[in-house]
Structures are given as C-alpha cells and as structure tokens.
Design a protein around this ligand. Structure first.
Ligand code: LLP
Length: 426
C-alpha cells in the first residue's frame, strides 16, 4: 500500500504532482511519501499493541540502512520509532534526526574500537555482539571508559532466508553472528565480566522474506536459548528479532504475509517468556514509500526488433536490478493510450549491467516522458554512487501537498571540488 496515485491523468505523490517535482528539481530524483512511511509504521505498531502481553512494549527499531535520509528518519522519529544502526555514521544520523539513544540498537559484523567507543559514549540502548573476538574488544573498550554497556549476542541460527543469496544472512556459512552453542558460551562469559551487561539475544536471518516459516523457526531458537540461559541462572530480558519481512514488488506475485500475521506469529512464539522484543524492519517501512523518478532520453528502436527505453536514471542511482536481479515496476507518470509493447529498460552507464528490465511490456512512451520506478524507497538512494561521474541522485520528501528537497543534487563543480589535486600535480 502506498500513496502514489494517478490524479487527472498524472502520477502524484500524495497531493504533489511528480511532473512539477521533475520540472523543479530535474531527474533522476527519488521522491518519498510521508503518509506511506507513517502508515507502515502504524501498521506494525498497531499489530504489536494488539498483543499486549508478549509484544506491547516492543521496540520498532527501523533499519537505518534501508533509507537513511535525515528527513525520512525524522518523520519516523516523531512517531516514536527507534533505529537499528550498523556504523558510526548511522548512529550519528539517527541521533541527528531526533531518535533518542535509548531507542538505538547498534548491530554489525565488524564494528571498530572507535565505533564501539562512540556507541558507548552515545548511551545507545544495546550493542549486538557478533563474535567472540568482538566481545573481547568491547570489554576492553568499555573497561577503558569505566562503562557497562548493555549487549545482546547475535545468534546465527543456521536458518537462511531471503529474496536473493546476497541478502540471506542466517545460513551457516554466512558471516553473521555465532552458532547457538557458541552464543550460549559467549553469553555466560559476558555475564561474568564486570564491563558489559548481557541483556538478551539477537538474530536477523535475511531480507525480503516472503514466508513466515523460517522466521518462526529462528524465533523459536531464540526462545529455547532464553530458557536454557535462564536455566543457568542468567538474566535474559530482551530479544531482538531482526527485520526481513518482504514487501510486494511484483504485481500478481504471491503477497508476503501482512505485518499483523508476522506480529501474531512473534507473539505466539514469545508468549509467556516475559521479554521485551525489538524488531528491525527496514524494507517494510521504506520500500513502497519511495519512487525513483526518471525521464526518457530516447527510445532506440533497432532494426533487429529490440526496443531500448533509454532513461536518465542508471544503475548508479538504483543498484538493485544490477546487483540482485531485482524487479521494480516501471510506470509512466502520464500514461498515453495505446497497446503495451516489450521494452528493454536501460540507463546510460557503459556496461550491460545497467539494464533495469528486459522485454518489459510498457504502454507507449516518447522521449521526454517521465517514468517512475515503484518500490524504490528502500535500498535505493542509500546504495547510489557517482559511477560514470554522474552526480549523486537527489531526494525529495512529500507530506500531503508540501514537498521539500531533502538531499540536493551536487553541482558538477561540487563534485570536482571534493577531489583536491595532489600537490605534485598542481
Ligand atoms: N537488521 C539487520 C541486522 C540487517 O542486517 C538488516 C538488513 C535489517 C535489520 C533490515 O532488513 P529488512 O527489514 O530491510 O529486510 N540491499 C539489499 C538488502 C540488504 C539487507 C541487509 N540487512 C536489497 O536491496 O535488497
């Protein structure tokens, strides 16, 4: 569900015409809907609140990596949303957007000593520890600062799931977390240290998961581990259940489970355990809250029959199709009447990887027309680069009939000025 709809024959983000945004800001540009962000957060919050015993106090810690624009974060912060962060940069963004430190979780497989120190000094809610060596380093960093940060141990439950091999994180050969037995050991070791306070367990098994079964299996592993640690007399008061619930990208494909079904499943598994739960949704909150708006440069109709729709957006602006063969719906902003024909949708970047879709049926389009890539609010702008020296794609946030540029497109001068010439080359 999103708030991008045709009004008077032209696609709008809430009350704002995308044609007017393109006119003012140029293309390509990401456009986000505040109403969609709020709706998705509300669905999760309501679903958690519906099970007061097990989940009523659950923290929804938005995975900042999905879309870390400060205005997107500030929109969520105002709703009471927390943050799941994986770098000092993300912690800084969350704090700058007004997310209080007690709602910030710090995850990540390779946090530096400096990042651990920054997390401790910021007073974050909890640091998720992913390996024995990281626990040792955190203990040393915490001891040097006379701090006792709250930690969770990230378990690798050997249950991988997700929309693509590159975004599966819970499989036994994936780099994330430690196996169950090792996690139990680490927990006991942490409990014996005066420099950290183990509060719970964490797991995240993958992204774009469209079936509840692997998630439920992973949650059950956490439940069993909680009981086992308590059996040893240790305190386990929090479970971080990660993110990963998928979104519908492809019209007609089987829809992923609803947030309500997901939360009901979690409540069932956690029932009677008396833990505070945390969820780390990224895609679920942001994906359908954003589109990438692009203009048709030209249509190359080759004599061999192939028809290339050449856009001014490219793989450097939206990496997902090149990286994961991801499918994004592409729709004309002002649809013209006529029959759909197959198009190869490509950008101007000089490699064949810069192909968004092959043989995609599209209604008639002409040079200068605008198109929108749907479902591009998560893992879109955050993964953009300046490959082929294309200035970093800007971002716009809409709220009802208001809109604002929330990340500017750098000028060519700004792009070049960032690279001082080596003094011997002046
Ligand atoms: N928590 C942790 C520890 C994570 O590593 C991730 C995502 C999330 C939460 C949020 O997962 P989500 O709810 O968004 O599925 N760039 C890829 C997705 C990478 C996800 C990485 N980790 C893509 O474009 O599909």
């Amino acid at each position: 569900m999103h708030h991008f709809d045709l009004k008077a024959g032209s696609l709008h983000a809430e009350g704002v015409s995308l044609e007017s945004v393109a006119e003012a800001v140029g293309t390509p540009v990401y456009v986000y809907s505040s109403a969609t962000l709020r709706r998705h957060y509300g669905l999760l919050r309501d679903a958690a609140n519906a099970w007061p015993d097990a989940l009523g106090e659950a923290l929804i810690a938005y995975a900042v990596k999905a879309n870390s624009n400060l205005s997107v974060l500030a929109t969520l912060a105002r709703l009471g949303c927390g943050a799941d962060t994986v770098s000092e940069g993300e912690i800084r963004r969350a704090l700058a957007a007004g997310i209080p430190p007690e709602r910030i979780i710090v995850s990540g497989v390779g946090k530096t000593d400096a990042e651990l120190a920054f997390a401790i000094d910021s007073g974050v809610r909890q640091i998720n520890i992913e390996s024995a060596v990281e626990l040792d380093r955190l203990i040393a960093v915490a001891a040097a600062r006379s701090a006792t940060p709250a930690i969770a141990i990230r378990v690798n439950p050997r249950i991988g799931a997700g929309g693509h091999a590159k975004i599966t994180t819970g499989g036994d050969t994936d780099k994330f977390g430690v196996p169950v037995a090792e996690a139990l050991d680490l927990y006991a070791r942490a409990a014996a240290s005066p420099h950290v306070t183990p509060v719970g367990l964490a797991c995240h098994i993958g992204s774009q998961i469209t079936d509840l079964a692997p998630l439920e299996a992973a949650f059950r592993v956490l439940r069993d581990m909680t009981l086992s640690l308590r059996g040893q007399g240790l305190t386990v008061s929090r479970l971080d259940l990660g993110g990963g619930l998928g979104v519908p990208y492809v019209g007609g494909q089987s829809d992923p489970p609803s947030p309500a079904a997901y939360m009901a499943m979690a409540a069932r598994v956690l029932d009677g355990l008396g833990v505070e739960a945390a969820f780390e949704p990224g895609r679920l909150l942001a994906a359908n809250a954003g589109i990438l708006l692009s203009r048709v440069i030209q249509i190359n109709q080759r004599t061999d029959g192939r028809r290339f729709l050449v856009l001014d957006a490219a793989m450097n602006d939206l990496m997902r199709p090149a990286l994961y063969d991801a499918w994004h719906e592409v729709v004309p902003v002002r649809p013209r009447p006529g029959d759909a024909r197959p198009h190869d949708i490509v950008g101007p970047v000089c490699e064949t990887g810069d192909t968004f879709a092959r043989d995609r049926p599209l209604p008639p389009l002409e040079a200068g027309d605008l198109v929108a890539f749907m479902g591009a609010g998560a893992y879109g702008a955050v993964m953009a680069s300046e490959y082929n020296s294309r200035p970093l794609v800007p971002e716009v946030l809409v709220d009802d009939s208001r809109w604002a540029v929330v990340r500017e497109r750098p000028s060519y001068e700004q792009m070049l000025d960032r690279e001082p010439k080596a003094d011997w080359l002046q």
